[in-house]
Design a protein around this ligand. Structure first.
Ligand SMILES: NC(=O)c1ccc[n+]([C@@H]2O[C@H](COP(=O)([O-])OP(=O)(O)OC[C@H]3O[C@@H](n4cnc5c(N)ncnc54)[C@H](OP(=O)(O)O)[C@@H]3O)[C@@H](O)[C@H]2O)c1
Length: 516
């Protein structure tokens, strides 16, 4: 699996690598935009620096901005100096000299004719063999149209000499089940499923990929990874930032759409899936899709009992600095009812997980930036230690830290020194950076690399996207029918509304204390 190769490569950043991508051209739609300069160009640079990028490679930028190839090369070089870590001038120059630009509006057929001419020239100059991947780093309303135009112009056809054509589609992929289906239908009219790479950049994170290695590369944990030993699972995806100048977009989306059907469902499927028969893309994705289909469909009553929504009001961060409320953010409706926090209780209806709740919470302007999956094991069956009251008997927890620290911690009980037999919780910690060093990564390297070598394991298949939306659609419907009455209901810089605590307290549980 490509992922494993890249993980190995990252771990041994100074060792020579031979497994570079084959010849190809990356065509970036939206080349003058934010994602391109902050993530895509630095990722390509990192692959180049790690000898994972073919030297028969070129970038063609497409956007309506008034660039030409010369100005775009300067843009590439400036972006790498600003956003690339420890950028080497020679490599920057190499990448800039392999960059081209075609200007135009995405709905204009002539743009695609000119793009075709440019690509033919690039193929000759850089020996890229007609292998192209189109990265749609553009607003979602243009996805279907750009794919349709690629089909009409013949640029997405794979017929000649075994050359390949692939399309990476950014998120969000739809805003509910119906629109996701319509988008799948539109892109599949033009492309085969194997040409479509629906990106979820969460899957580019080392720790997220490591869930598979941790579970299926070790014999120790899998035998206890089930309802007999696990009490429940908690997933927290907490951000301290607000809407960061994206208020206009966010106010039409909200946290549920933005985080749950994509990022959080990925975390759930990797944690809960059965062992795949191989690490081939469809073998892994088949197992992930089964988990999504096994998530208990929520009735309206389930939604009312098992979902919590919140919106932050003014507050303060841990340094005591005042923070505005969501309704005071730029481009947000001052009477907005959009949620900035979600907590859900989900169940997975299968033999492995029956009766093991998965609690998830995600929000903006929370007390600490932290993403983790916590597996809470059941308590020991019999209390031998009379001097430790049952309340303080720790149960084992395995915590997969996703960001900002990446690693895995196992919590267990140890004897507190002294004449009494008392038990206290201690942690056995593995931190990625300590073991493997920190190679500069944006999180997109693995995904771009995998697309170039044709490995779609870390990309979402059509059925997975639709299954993710099927899970949240009932929540969207009930929330729409019953607008929130008490927004804002949590202070910026806190852990969310009181109801989120009650969601677990009702079951005799509580969220992990994540204050640093
Ligand atoms: N930025 C991120 O960190 C991030 C993270 C995750 C996902 N994404 C996703 O990535 C995609 C791109 O995001 P972004 O932040 O890079 O957007 P952006 O900064 O607005 O960039 C889009 C680019 O496309 C150009 N463009 C827009 N409409 C066009 C048209 N009709 N014809 C030709 N060019 C056009 C824009 O030109 P103008 O400047 O003239 O409008 C701009 O250069 C979105 O789907 C977003 O959801 C972004």
């Amino acid at each position: 699996m490509a992922t494993a190769q890249v993980m190995e490569a990252n771990a041994n950043a100074n060792m020579p690598h031979t497994k570079s991508t084959g010849p190809c051209v990356m065509i970036i739609f939206g080349a003058a935009g934010d994602l391109t300069k902050r993530k895509l160009l630095p990722s390509i640079y990192n692959l180049l620096q790690q000898n994972l990028l073919s030297r028969e490679f070129a970038i063609v930028g497409v956007s309506r901005d008034d660039f030409n190839t010369e100005k775009f090369r300067k843009h590439v070089s400036d972006s790498l100096q600003q956003f690339g870590a420890g950028a080497d001038p020679e490599l920057i120059e190499w990448l800039a000299n392999h960059s081209y630009y075609v200007q135009g509006e995405f709905d204009n057929p002539d743009l695609y004719n000119r793009l075709g001419e440019q690509l033919a020239q690039v193929d000759k100059q850089h020996n890229t063999h007609g292998n192209y991947f189109f990265y749609l780093a553009i607003a979602p309303q243009f996805f279907a149209m750009a794919v349709e135009q690629l089909g009409r112009s013949g640029l997405s056809s794979q017929e000649r000499n075994g050359s390949w054509r692939r399309v990476i589609i950014e998120k969000p992929f739809g805003r509910d089940l119906e629109s996701a289906r319509a988008l799948n239908h539109a892109v599949k009219k033009v492309l085969d499923e194997e040409q479509i790479y629906r990106i979820d950049h969460y899957l580019g994170k080392e720790t997220v990929q490591n869930i598979l290695v941790f579970r299926f590369g070790n014999g120790l944990f899998e035998p206890i990874w089930n309802r007999n030993h696990i009490d429940h699972i908690q997933i927290t995806v907490a951000e301290t930032v607000g809407v960061e100048g994206r208020g206009g977009y966010y106010d039409t989306s909200g946290t549920l759409r933005d985080m749950v059907p994509n990022h959080i469902m990925q975390l759930i499927t990797l944690t809960a899936m059965e062992p795949p028969i191989s690490f081939a893309a469809d073998a892994v994705r088949d197992e992930q899709a089964k988990v999504l289909r096994a998530i208990h469909p929520m009735t309206a009553e389930d939604v009312i009992h098992n979902s919590v929504r919140g919106q932050y009001g003014p507050g303060a961060n841990s340094k005591g600095e005042r923070l505005p409320g969501y309704r005071q953010e730029a481009s947000v409706d001052p009477g907005s009812r959009t949620e900035t926090f979600v907590a859900l209780k989900l169940g997975v209806d299968n033999w492995r997980w029956a009766g093991v709740p998965i609690y998830l919470r995600t929000g903006k302007r929370m007390a600490r930036r932290h993403t983790e999956i916590a597996i809470q094991f059941k308590r020991a069956p019999f209390v031998l230690f009379r001097d430790t009251d049952v309340e303080h008997l720790p149960s084992n927890q395995l915590v997969i830290n996703v960001q900002p620290e990446e690693g895995i911690a196992l919590r267990f009980g140890a004897k507190v020194p002294g004449p009494l037999v008392q038990i206290g919780p201690v942690d056995m910690n593995f931190n990625y950076g300590d073991y493997f060093g920190a190679a500069p990564q944006t999180g997109y390297e693995v995904l771009l690399y995998d697309c170039m070598i044709g490995d779609a394991t870390l990309f979402q298949r059509a059925d997975m996207v639709e299954a993710g939306w099927s899970i949240v659609d009932p929540v969207l419907d009930v929330w729409k029918a019953l607008p929130p009455r008490e927004f804002p209901n949590y202070g910026a810089g806190s852990w969310g509304p009181r109801e989120a605590e009650e969601l677990l307290a009702r079951d005799g549980r509580h969220w992990r204390n994540l204050n640093a």
